[in-house]
Design a protein around this ligand. Structure first.
Ligand code: ZN
Length: 119
């Protein structure tokens, strides 16, 4: 059951005052829990790179981490990096995982975007 379904259930069954925004009782308001705080993106964000073997098959992935905590920013960056590396990838817990070892390409690409690249 998703959080939203939960909220609706609590809202419709009533009992106690519900938050207008999330529908949960005010004593258990979920608004602040819904989205993690989003940091402003600095002019020179930091990006660290590491290569990992992922999963049982031991596929190599390049992980871009220590990024600003900003979901939209990370999502867009992930799309950009996938395009410039011509590979697949995904956002996982605020880090970006790209299939294959693309450290050199990523370093170049991120530096052009004014990142401070480490690792
Ligand atoms: Zn609320």
């Amino acid at each position: 059951m998703s959080g939203r379904d939960n909220a609706r259930l609590v809202y419709s069954t009533g009992g106690g005052e519900a938050c207008q925004v999330c529908g949960w009782p005010k004593s258990n308001c979920q608004c602040s829990k819904k989205s993690a705080p989003q940091d402003a993106v600095p002019n020179r964000p930091v990006a660290k790179l590491r290569v990992e073997k992922a999963g049982r098959g031991g596929k190599t992935v390049t992980v871009v981490y220590d990024l600003p905590r900003n979901d939209l920013f990370v999502k867009e960056l992930c799309l950009d990096l996938k395009k410039s590396c011509g590979t697949g990838g995904a956002v996982k817990d605020g880090t970006i995982e790209l299939q294959g070892d693309h450290r050199e390409r990523l370093r170049e690409c991120l530096t052009k975007k004014f990142f401070l690249v480490k690792g």
